[in-house]
Design a protein. Structure first.
Length: 689
């Protein structure tokens, strides 16, 4: 009896438990779910897992995990990013507006791009401003420095001013015109001492921007200033310091860069910085280090992509042979194959035009896109004419020095004939290659099923096409119903050497059916073409200012056309606080027009006690001016008392942009022909620096 009672009670309890499960939706009660993304970090904080190794050059310890059952070491997942630094009282530092990349942040840099690291778990191409993949502005951001060519335009203005002074007895006819472009002497006197001093700033934001600016504008002796920051406590500073060594372009940095590339404890973005730095140096030892990296890290996709891109700039037979063999490998990622193909085009290897022309029919769309861009990157003009002229001068000088020695004169004459024959053979080969490239782009590229391939083919035709091919492009521009293709075809007509296309661009502007983005491309193309008949129409477009892209393109186009009537309106706009996204474009326009009064006005805004946002806008506009006064004003901005870390960092970035070495910015040619649709986030990130 007693036993039966126990059995009955047990059955009753079992029925109650089943009723509770049904009431909860047929599931037994469970503990709240655990966020596994936070679990490892919490365990490490409690010291349950992970044992740090000794100091590594990356400045961070690399933990190892030994599971209790197997006893075999496994590679851990990367440590979470360090916490965002807290602002110091009164510093004005805003970490979310930081121009230096921090994990998970995508801030806006002084030049208008984005320098934030690619979001974790998401690959992205070269598009850093939220444009669609087929938007023409992706290509323009990578190529604007080359086609605006501000330095040569400033040099032409300087010569005109000197001519005017000679004609008008020492007085220039250009009132309030910029007098002097910032040259290397100004950079050495004003910019470099200040950048070196900022390398020891307490804020990692400022240090990272200062070392990057010093790499862009410094001299060989700055190697000793940059090297210590390779071991900085902050990851962004280390990355920028490694990259800056490549920007200096000296072979003294090769051992250190090779060591960083081989060190497995270094972060991936630091290794990619070392890879690209080796490509910027571009010597035979750099090629050896890059090829070794390709064999050592076959599974690290972004590092492989950066290595292939860097090999395209190494002037080495080994690099050319490696790229050619790599492209023809069957089992590789299409994105990596596309990058290798682009590097082949930059190298200009024998038979490159034939390979690229055949690749326009490749089954992989990424390969076809890169093939079109690579065909546009080849220089079909060559240096044969200048080389021949130099040979003639030297040989004629030798003939005049050997008067009366007939045998020597005959030998010199034979050398000259041989040089002429070689030069004319080179000319004929380049002409045949150009014809082959143009035919492939017209017959295959413009008819591809992929819109981006058609867009890139149009751009390539503008870069290398002859007058016959450009006539086909002109007709395609008029007849196309694709707005994206129309925008790219318009830019192609704008950058082409031939005079075709100007009237067609003006006719397109008269159509009200054009969307604002396409209209902006047509306006900019008319400015690049310097089609003066479109000046009044572009001025009307600028006055309406209905859309930011249209207004910015119209301002730059008016600057290219030299239309000074709109200077007062541009000046008021650039000195106001409205529409900050247009300040760089307005600054470029005023720089092209040479307005000195705008420079003085922006200097007052930078020195004022206005908000950080207004001062940052003024700094960005000043960096586009590229004259000596703007350089001095930016140096003064870094010396101001009470300036916050954010304003200081933006000022340093602008100073480096303005002070870059050479007739073109150091980095503009390195990424100019990058296929921005490739999903290689780190490579695109460095292109935006």
């Amino acid at each position: 009896m007693h036993r039966k009672t126990h059995i009955a009670l047990f059955c009753l309890l079992l029925c109650c438990a089943s009723s509770a499960v049904v009431a909860q939706g047929g599931r037994s009660p469970r503990r709240p779910p655990v966020d596994r993304s936070q679990r490892g970090f919490a365990d490490r904080q409690r010291g349950l897992i992970g044992t740090p190794t000794p100091y590594s050059p990356s400045g961070q310890a690399r933990p190892t995990f030994i599971p209790p059952r197997t006893g075999k070491p496994v590679v851990p997942t990367p440590l979470p990013p360090p916490p965002t630094p807290k602002p110091k009282p009164g510093s004005g530092f805003n970490p979310r507006a930081n121009p230096v990349a921090t994990p998970g942040m995508r801030p806006t840099p002084p030049h208008g791009g984005t320098t934030g690291s690619p979001p974790r778990g998401k690959k992205r191409g070269g598009n850093t401003k939220g444009y669609t993949q087929s938007d023409w502005r992706n290509w323009w951001d990578l190529n604007s420095a080359h086609y605006l060519d501000l330095e040569n335009r400033f040099e032409a203005r300087r010569r005109r001013q000197e001519r005017d002074r000679d004609i008008f007895l020492g007085e220039s006819t250009g009132a309030d015109e910029i007098e002097k472009h910032a040259d290397r002497a100004d950079v050495r006197t004003f910019a470099l001492p200040r950048l070196r001093h900022l390398l020891s700033h307490e804020s990692f934001v400022v240090r990272a921007e200062a070392v990057l600016a010093l790499g862009r504008s410094g001299v060989d002796s700055d190697f000793a200033c940059i090297t210590p920051l390779v071991k900085d406590e902050n990851r962004q500073v280390r990355r920028n310091a490694i990259y800056a060594l490549g920007l200096l372009g000296i072979e003294k940095a090769l051992p250190l860069l090779t060591f960083v590339l081989r060190d497995s404890s270094v972060q991936i973005d630091e290794q990619i910085a070392a890879t690209l730095a080796l490509g910027l140096i571009g010597s035979d030892p750099a090629a050896d280090a890059l090829q070794e990296s390709m064999k050592r890290t076959p599974a690290v996709r972004d590092l492989q992509a950066a290595t292939l891109h860097a090999l395209g700039f190494v002037d080495s037979v080994k690099a050319r042979v490696f790229l050619k063999h790599y492209f023809y490998r069957s089992s590789i990622d299409p994105n990596l194959r596309a990058i290798a193909l682009g590097s082949l085009g930059k190298q200009g290897v024998d038979g490159a035009v034939e390979i690229l022309s055949e690749s326009l029919s490749h089954k992989e769309v990424m390969v076809r896109r890169s093939a079109a861009l690579a065909l546009g990157s080849i220089d079909f003009k060559g240096t044969w004419a200048s080389d021949l002229a130099e040979h003639r001068r030297e040989l004629r000088g030798a003939v005049s020095a050997s008067t009366g020695r007939r045998l020597v004169e005959e030998q010199i004459a034979n050398f000259l004939v041989a040089a002429e024959v070689s030069a004319y053979r080179t000319r004929d080969r380049l002409f045949a290659d150009r014809r082959m490239a143009s035919d492939a782009l017209v017959r295959v590229g413009l008819k591809d099923s992929d819109e981006t391939v058609r867009n890139f083919s149009a751009i390539a035709l503008g870069q290398v096409g002859d007058s016959m091919s450009l006539s086909v492009l002109r007709k395609a521009f008029v007849d196309s119903s694709s707005r994206s293709f129309q925008a790219h075809a318009a830019l192609a007509l704008g950058i082409a050497d031939a005079t075709l296309g100007g009237p067609d661009l003006l006719t397109a502007l008269e159509h009200r059916t054009l969307d604002q983005v396409t209209r902006a491309a047509v306006i900019l193309a008319a400015g690049l073409k310097e089609h003066e008949a479109a000046t009044r129409r572009i001025a009307r477009e600028f006055k309406t200012r209905a859309d930011a892209s249209t207004s910015g393109a119209a301002a730059v186009a008016l600057g290219l056309l030299g239309y000074r009537d709109e200077i007062p309106r541009l000046r008021r706009s650039v000195l106001s606080t409205s529409r900050p996204e247009l300040k760089p474009d307005y600054g470029v326009a005023l720089s092209l027009l040479g307005d000195a009064k705008s420079v003085r006005g922006l200097g007052k805004l930078v020195r004022s006690r206005r908000s950080s946002s207004a001062r940052i806008q003024s700094v960005r506009a000043l960096s586009a001016m590229r004259d000596a006064t703007s350089l001095k004003l930016l140096v003064e901005a870094t010396l101001s008392n009470g300036v916050g870390d954010m304003v200081l960092a933006v000022s340093v970035r602008a100073l480096g942009t303005l002070a870059e070495r050479g007739t073109l910015p150091v980095t503009s040619e390195f990424y100019r022909h990058l296929n921005h649709t490739l999903s290689v986030g780190h490579l695109s990130f460095f292109a935006s620096l």
